[in-house]
Design a protein around this ligand. Structure first.
Ligand SMILES: Cc1cc2nc3c(=O)[nH]c(=O)nc-3n(C[C@H](O)[C@H](O)[C@H](O)COP(=O)(O)OP(=O)(O)OC[C@H]3O[C@@H](n4cnc5c(N)ncnc54)[C@H](O)[C@@H]3O)c2cc1C
Length: 478
């Protein structure tokens, strides 16, 4: 008999959360703390969504998306999760750039960037200050027509090298381009510049372990291997339930952490929505996806310090198409030293994860043999490149494998394996969903500013507060 992952589930909940990405998990926790009955359904066998990890022979543990996030994560985790989780967040020591235009290491904060821009790029102090103040002052309600390209042209005309320094890490961080609204750049960049780049000491598995304990302690009913197939509506367009693994469960509200487009088109269905909203949802562009190569050195093999994050590029200028191309010349290496998992017993572990932005189409339709050949090629070219930072890496490596946009699509069900949700216009559609269907909310990576670990956690909180207002209007003062 196949295992029933829904055994003992109740017939009805106040809230059903579809998906256990950081936004879904955070919404679940906030709502459970407020006393609502919450059921969280995740189709994968592991919680976390993109915030995930996998284990391999010889005890290797690879993190998928633990490369860096802004300091704001400490405050959000303290407030909406636990002090213990917040206390495990530590700053990365060094972010390194190696490309034909410059070679430097930075703590990736305003103070250090000011020195670098002044001393290595000869930008006048006044321009640097104005630029940082402008970026810092940007918010969601500002002019959304101005592009990031225009912002850079205003402050650093003709300075491709400066643009590369300021933009390349953000393009890697969330897939944004020079044509995206300047506010999305300004908000994300300033979040990082506030105090630098942070990580979770102990690894994603430890974080999600704490999160799971907290959710259970707060009474959330957690179910893995539970694929939501349909959102059920009343005739007057309010949510009444979901169908999961073929079973119907009733609910008053739903927070969908699934991809925005799959929520609208696969789970609700366009026939249940206003035509104008459907057109807007159709027009939402998905963000790009990623390829990664995971390299574990033999237990006990150590890497000489190379920085924590290394933006490597052989391209002569900053070129987003080149960053997305399968002919890779730009990679971000994350170096994980034994200190990344301080509690771990046994010989130290050193791992490297190479990430590249990627187009789904380049991988989607490759036949089986060709797909495997391309993945092998990706591993080989990555090792060639890594050799300059980790000498003799081939002989020292114990395990090497690659993931592609197809991998991300498979595990998270995101359309086209989008790793950072949608472009900016997705935010308005996500926010407008409850106006279309009473009690239906979306919380998950959208609009660039709501993506990434911090964006997803914070969006989860915002949406949980909206759900609370819907469920208990009087208490919320509505
Ligand atoms: C390679 C890579 C590197 C990254 N690096 C960083 C980084 O260094 N720093 C950073 O801040 N961010 C990084 N990110 C982005 C960050 O991981 C994501 O933005 C964030 O984790 C997304 O959270 P989310 O809540 O939007 O949901 P997701 O993580 O996308 O999770 C959605 C969940 O919903 C589930 N689901 C979908 N449909 C259904 C259904 N029908 N039924 C049940 N479950 C369903 C999925 O299985 C998934 O678990 C990276 C992402 C990738 C891919």
């Amino acid at each position: 008999m196949p295992k029933d992952f829904l055994k003992g589930v109740k017939d009805e909940y106040d809230v059903v959360i579809i998906g256990s990405g950081l936004a879904g998990l955070t919404s679940a926790n906030v709502l459970a703390r407020q006393g609502y009955s919450v059921l969280l359904l995740e189709h994968h066998y592991q919680l976390g969504g993109m915030a995930t990890w996998f284990k391999r022979r010889n005890g290797h543990i690879f993190d998928i998306s633990l490369h860096g996030f802004p300091m704001g994560m400490i405050k959000s985790c303290r407030k909406y999760w636990t002090q213990e989780i917040a206390d495990s967040i530590v700053q990365l020591k060094g972010v390194r750039f190696e490309n034909p235009q410059f070679s430097l290491e930075t703590t990736f904060d305003r103070q250090d960037f000011t020195c670098i821009l002044r001393e290595e790029f000869q930008v006048p102090d006044e321009t640097i200050k104005k630029f940082f103040d402008t970026a810092r002052g940007m918010n969601f309600y500002d002019d959304q027509d101005k592009t990031t390209r225009e912002l850079f042209e205003e402050f650093f005309p003709g300075r491709d090298d400066v643009v590369r320094l300021l933009m390349e890490p953000i393009t890697y961080a969330n897939g944004s381009t020079l044509e995206d609204p300047a506010i999305t750049y300004g908000i994300v960049f300033s979040n990082f510049m506030h105090k630098g780049v942070f990580t979770f000491s102990g690894g994603t598995d430890k974080l999600i372990g704490h999160i799971k304990d907290e959710l259970l302690a707060n009474g959330v009913d957690l179910r893995i291997r539970s694929l939501v197939e349909k959102i059920e509506l009343t005739p007057d367009r309010k949510v009444s339930g979901i169908v999961v693994n073929g079973k119907r469960i009733g609910c008053k509200t739903i927070v969908s952490n699934a991809n925005l487009k799959s929520t609208v088109f696969d789970l609700v269905g366009e026939e249940n929505l206003d035509r104008r909203f459907v057109e807007e949802a159709k027009a939402v562009r998905l963000n790009n996806s990623s390829c990664q190569v995971y390299v574990a050195l033999k237990p006990g093999e150590e890497i000489d310090y190379c920085g924590d994050l290394l933006f490597h590029s052989e391209h002569k200028g900053f070129d987003i198409d080149a960053m997305l191309s399968r002919e890779i010349s730009s990679r971000t290496f994350s170096f994980y030293y034994p200190s990344t998992r301080p509690d771990r017993e046994g010989p130290g572990r050193s791992l490297v994860v190479s990430s590249t932005n990627a187009n789904f189409e380049d991988w989607a339709n490759l036949p089986g043999d060709e797909y495997e050949r391309q993945k092998k090629d990706l591993c080989e070219t990555t090792l060639d490149c890594l050799e300059q930072y980790v000498p003799n890496v081939r002989e020292r490596a114990d395990h090497v494998e690659a993931s592609t946009p197809r991998t991300f699509q498979h595990y998270t069900r995101h359309w086209r394996g989008a790793s950072f949700g949608t472009k900016f216009e997705g935010l308005a559609v996500s926010k407008a969903l409850p106006e279309q269907v009473g009690g239906l909310y979306h919380a998950g990576s959208v609009g660039i500013i709501m993506s990434g670990w911090l964006g997803a956690v914070n969006y989860g909180v915002i949406v949980a507060n909206d759900v609370d207002k819907y469920l208990t209007p009087a208490a919320a003062g509505v």
